[in-house]
Design a binder for this molecule. Structure first.
Ligand code: IPM
Ligand code: MN
Length: 361
């Protein structure tokens, strides 16, 4: 039986990187003996400008029938900021209740990091970003707009259920994929990233839930806590301290961009919007890079890695590991730089190199 994969290539360089991700996934199918049916959807800026449609409810219903979704990039220079992001990306995340945003921060061999004296052994952790609550719920509003007394309120919202389900995922993830489980450390560690010194409602809830769950069910997992501001400091100075981090939606958004630049930039950062009981969506987290569109110079590795994460979530772990191995081989041996236009290869050549290596593994 074939997996049903929805492909939303989206805007800008999304379609170019998507071609390479699908190429590599097909190579993995051939090697590991499973198959995927790819169905393309054209949601994005172009369609919005023609039809006024972002991601209609009928499309959300259709997407529920797929095993997984691969997304290229959302964001168009001719569409006002927020419309496509909220109308497509956030709509899919919320409507499909993809309550986990899993973002590995891993430096691959041969990739340059701006962090002095740090290599792949030091930059090797995962951020579990809660993906359904916080400032992203849109709770709030503007009153007296345009007057000198204008007031804007936007609230961070969490309930215990949202926090608990995210923590459970994070603890389980740490048990299965933490540094001890992977044989690269003595302990499996989950670090909560919060702001308990100021956000005394939201992160009080998170901290209590974290400690209660940890004590009761995950005594084997070491628990750490970081204030988010200090966490940013340590992500630069001592990334080797981290194993699995868990945090709310807004902090998770911010710290994963910092994490991405430490792993070599947006050309390499992949993430998954995961509903462990439903339909998940995987994406390179870098955006649509409009200025590079259509030139064949954008780095497809993030989208290729997103495809690998997708296969892992479907249970095709061997294929996922092989994709990661092939990508590592290519970064270590074949590429001059990870930056668009400076890779020493075109976008499609990078895809070819990964697919060829994968076939040879
Ligand atoms: C991300 C992006 C999105 C977010 C935007 C585009 C809505 O920054 O995936 O990190 O804030 O989650
Ligand atoms: Mn972001």
């Amino acid at each position: 039986m074939a997996y049903k994969i929805a492909v939303m290539a989206g805007d800008g360089t999304g379609p170019e990187v998507m071609v390479e991700a699908v190429k590599v996934m097909k190579a993995a199918e051939a090697k590991f003996g499973f198959s995927c049916d790819y169905t393309e959807f054209d949601f994005g800026g172009e369609r919005y400008m023609k039809t006024g449609e972002t991601l209609p409810d009928s499309a959300v219903e259709e997407l529920r029938g797929f095993d997984s979704i691969l997304l290229g990039a959302i964001g168009h220079p001719d569409v006002a900021p927020g419309i496509l992001e909220k109308g497509i990306l956030l709509k899919a995340r919320f409507a499909l209740d993809q309550y986990i945003n899993l973002r590995p921060v891993r430096l691959f061999p041969g990739v340059e990091t701006p962090l002095k004296d740090k290599g792949p052994a030091e930059i090797d952790y995962v951020v579990v970003r809660e993906n359904s609550g916080d400032l992203y719920t849109g709770t709030g509003g503007i009153s007296m707009k345009g007057t000198p007394n204008e007031v804007a309120v936007q609230s961070a919202v969490y309930n215990r259920f949202q926090v608990d389900r995210c923590l459970k995922y994070a603890f389980e993830y740490a048990r299965k994929h933490g540094k001890k489980a992977r044989g690269v450390g003595k302990e499996n560690t989950l670090g909560l990233v919060g702001k308990t010194n100021v956000l005394t409602y939201i992160y009080d809830l998170w901290e209590r839930a974290f400690n209660e769950m940890g004590e009761k069910e995950y005594g084997d997992i070491r628990r750490d806590y970081y204030h988010v501001d200090a966490c940013c400091m340590w992500m630069v100075k001592s990334p080797e301290w981290f194993d699995v981090l868990v945090t709310g939606n807004m902090f998770g958004d911010i710290i994963t961009d910092l994490g991405a630049i430490t792993q070599g930039g947006m050309g390499l950062a992949a993430g998954g919007n995961i509903n462990p009981e439903g339909v998940s969506m995987f994406e390179p987290i870098g955006g649509s890079a409009p200025k590079y569109t259509g030139q064949g110079v954008i780095n497809p590795l993030a989208c290729i890695c997103a495809g690998g994460m997708l296969l892992e979530t479907l249970g095709e772990e061997k294929a996922a590991n092989a994709i990661e191995e092939a990508v590592k081989f290519v970064t270590a041996n074949k590429m001059k730089s990870m930056a668009a236009g400076r890779m020493g290869h075109s976008t499609s050549e990078v895809g070819d190199l990964v697919a060829e290596k994968l076939a040879d593994l």
